[in-house]
Design a protein around this ligand. Structure first.
Ligand SMILES: Cc1cc2nc3c(=O)[nH]c(=O)nc-3n(C[C@H](O)[C@H](O)[C@H](O)COP(=O)(O)O)c2cc1C
Length: 383
């Protein structure tokens, strides 16, 4: 049995394998509500049998959406719209997971497939963005409103309420989005957080928001729910957040109830993700194309803390994913673009690794017929 297809139990939840669908924004919601597209999108991965299926970043309040067409979970109606999705993922034997997010100073933009730029301030759909300090994410980005301590407390409450709603919607795993330059990440990084109060200053001040959200989320969902936290392991910019900082953060997150650290990188300056060394200095601008370029981050978190980790970033080949899990470099391998290209990647990987020669892992509605197909191909080859 390949390690990639070994099951694992975390708190009250069992995962059938180590393959995760990474959070993938679809920019297709209306008023934050899931649409038939979201059901079709996420249910396909369930038929493909990824063990852990994350939704896209789902905003805890309206101004926390990346675009006007991102999903939200601030209302009961939004919970109802998500319920058929979690029910179907469950029915397929996979684990439905939600990524809770706030886009902070990188909110109010156009969809990635429309260019992803900040909406012009006179666009009727644009809104005032917020952040730890009045520092824009980059050229062309708006200057955020600096959050007051009272507003920070309200946001912590918004994350906890969203976590409660997530459980009502049927999610079994919650991930807090602390990466890619969005709100939580922007509190962590010294590039975007220039505060001098309790939520800024040294690393402990800058971590406070992330840790308070985590504690509030754990208190809201109880002890049976696995909690993941996505980090940008390094900013990739001069003087930014480093891998050593990530180890400190992960250790503190563990004390607040996080089980798994999902290791991504970059995004604080609006720049694309790329590989950086431990001090956060970029290696070269093309390294984000290298297979498994972020695996070393997940490996360090797993080795240097008591937590589990998830690796992500150009994981494309079943043998590559198997090597990551088998050698204990991460506990989960998350796929984004590759699983969009082939939503049945886990089933194809099981076939390639010799784990499922008789197509027993496939949904029963497909497995018997796909097995016949395989026999016909073999017979035709022999004749
Ligand atoms: C279309 C698209 C949407 C994404 N949306 C999110 C998101 O909502 N939240 C997040 O943390 N990362 C998001 N990401 C990043 C992915 O989760 C993943 O970390 C990244 O694509 C690297 O993995 P890959 O090389 O397998 O694609 C997105 C990536 C893509 C391509």
């Amino acid at each position: 049995m390949a390690s990639l297809f070994s099951s694992i139990t975390i708190r009250g939840v069992s995962f059938p394998n180590r393959i995760a669908v990474s959070p993938l924004c679809m920019y297709s919601a209306i008023e934050g509500m899931a649409q038939p597209f979201h059901f079709a999108h996420l249910s396909t991965f369930a038929r493909g049998k990824a063990g852990l299926i994350f939704t896209e970043a789902i905003a805890v309040e309206p101004v926390g959406r990346i675009t006007p067409h991102c999903l939200g979970i601030w209302s009961d109606a939004q919970v109802e719209a998500l319920r058929p999705i979690t029910a179907f993922i469950d029915e397929m034997g996979c684990v439905p997971a939600i990524q809770l997010a706030h886009a902070g100073r990188k909110a109010s933009t156009a969809a990635a497939f429309l260019g992803g730029k900040p909406l012009p301030h006179d666009d009727p759909q644009a809104w005032q963005v917020v952040g730890p300090s009045a520092v824009a994410a980059g050229p062309g980005f708006p200057v955020p409103h600096e959050l007051s301590v009272e507003e920070i407390q309200e946001l912590i409450h918004a994350f906890a309420s969203a976590a409660e709603r997530s459980i009502e919607a049927g999610f079994k795993v919650i991930e807090l989005h602390g990466a890619h330059g969005y709100l939580v990440n922007s509190f962590l990084s010294p590039i975007s957080n220039l505060r001098t109060d309790a939520y800024g200053g040294d690393i402990h001040g800058r971590m406070r928001f992330a840790l308070e959200i985590t504690r509030a989320t754990r208190a809201a969902v109880g002890e049976d729910i696995p909690l993941f936290f996505r980090i940008s392991a390094v900013d990739g910019g001069e003087g930014g957040w480093s891998m050593d900082d990530s180890v400190v953060l992960a250790t503190e997150l563990g004390k607040c109830g996080i089980d798994v650290v999902d290791c991504s990188s970059g995004g604080i300056s609006g720049a694309p993700r790329f590989r950086a060394d431990d001090e956060g200095k970029p290696l070269d601008k093309n390294s984000a194309r290298m297979p498994g370029f972020q695996v070393p981050y997940a490996e360090r978190i797993r080795n240097e803390t008591d937590l589990m980790s998830m690796a992500v970033g150009v994981i494309v080949d079943p043998h590559q994913a198997e090597e990551i899990i088998q050698n204990g470099r991460a506990d989960f391998a998350a796929l984004g673009r590759e699983i969009m290209y082939d939503p049945f990647w886990p089933l194809h990987a099981a076939e390639k690794l010799g784990v499922d020669p008789d197509f027993k892992m496939w949904p029963k509605q497909y497995g018997w017929a796909v097995d016949r197909r395989s026999q016909i191909i073999t017979l035709n080859r022999q004749s």
